[in-house]
Design a protein around this ligand. Structure first.
Ligand SMILES: [Zn+2]
Length: 345
């Protein structure tokens, strides 16, 4: 079978790899029908060293169950399923709490050396806990939107939930990538009144407005902070959803949050050390929250809105390619000429 491998920063290849097969009784084998490239795939695309590669890529996919291990009870051959970016058993205490990213048997696709979603097939561990059956056909027009449940929609929603967005909230979203735009859609869904999107790519911020952004701020740094203050009666926003992961975005977040507010981060931090002292969080009584989203927990809640057409998060995909087009897809997302690339292997 064919799969995507990253050898080092900037070097993505499609190669023939050993076929994925069932190895544990709790596994399912899934033939991938739709996958995508994630903004977080761009982090290794910038930083991976030769000795860290090659790595199998892809943590967002929809596919058809080809085979199941003897212990799998909720899925059968022919089912169409969506996989969250985290693997989880569905039964441990964390899974029952809805924090599947902390599952005691859990892991992330990105740490699986021999599996990945940007491929023709995947062995899915803990299939009963990990996978969610989709009530549509593999060629449904809803597939792009349903695919966002793997990661970007659930991640944007997690940002909004952790940020405490509720009816009437004033929210700023940092980042106009797919997760930032999904954070806008999520804040809107949870009833936010003012949603300020910070981003500078007009095609993206236009989509952000369509998803519910009331204001767009293209400035960054101190200018950006001033602009957000202007829009919020001088105080900043009560909730900041940070969907980038780089230090300047974090600095932007504590710059624009109002006293007593919350910063919710879902951009994977590309730093370990960050300011938490008087001038950043402490002085303004700021709550810092967020982390890898348990998107598995949100699928049941978000899917009905997609199925009945009331929201269309699939609009974040602005191009579709096959596996051969994946290396160019990375390049295009990195160059910001594509927002998010849908892959139909
Ligand atoms: Zn678990």
């Amino acid at each position: 079978m064919r799969a995507t491998l990253m050898y080092e920063a900037g070097d993505v290849r499609i190669e023939t790899v050993p076929d994925s097969t069932i190895s544990e009784p709790t596994d399912a084998l899934v033939r991938v029908t739709a996958a995508c490239i994630c903004g977080s795939d761009l982090h290794p695309y910038h930083s991976m060293t030769r000795d860290q590669g090659p790595a199998r890529m892809g943590h967002e996919f929809i596919g058809i169950v080809e085979d199941t291990g003897s212990a799998v009870t909720t899925l059968k051959k022919g089912d169409l399923v969506v996989a969250p970016f985290a693997i989880s058993d569905g039964t441990c205490q964390y899974c029952r709490e809805g924090l599947q990213t902390a599952c005691v048997h859990g892991s992330f696709w990105d740490t699986q050396p021999l599996e990945g979603g940007q491929a023709e097939a995947v062995r899915v561990p803990w299939a009963d806990g990990t996978l969610v059956k989709l009530p549509v056909e593999a060629d449904s027009a809803l597939i792009p939107s349903l695919l966002t449940l793997s990661d970007v929609f659930g991640t944007g929603y997690h940002a909004a939930v952790r940020g405490g967005v509720k009816p009437g909230s004033t929210v700023a979203v940092i980042g106009d990538g797919a997760v930032g735009l999904m954070a806008v859609l999520s804040a809107k869904r949870l009833g936010a009144e003012q949603i300020i999107l910070m981003g500078r790519h007009q095609a993206r911020t236009d989509l952000g407005r369509e998803f519910g952004a009331t204001d767009v701020v293209i400035e960054r740094g101190t200018e950006g902070i001033e602009k957000v203050r202007e829009l919020t009666g001088g105080q900043g926003t009560g909730i900041v959803l940070e969907a980038v992961g780089h230090m300047p975005a974090y600095e932007q977040a504590y710059g624009i949050v109002r006293a007593g507010g919350t910063i919710s981060r879902v951009g994977v931090p590309q730093y370990e050390n960050a300011p938490v002292g008087f001038g950043s969080l402490f002085g303004k009584n700021i709550t810092l929250t967020g982390g890898p989203a348990p998107t598995r927990a949100y699928i049941a809640e978000l899917m009905p809105d997609i199925l009945d057409g009331s929201i269309d998060p699939g609009k974040v995909f602005d191009t579709t390619t096959n596996l051969d087009g994946v290396p160019a897809g990375y390049k295009a997302m990195d160059a910001r000429t594509n927002l998010k690339v849908l892959v139909t292997p």
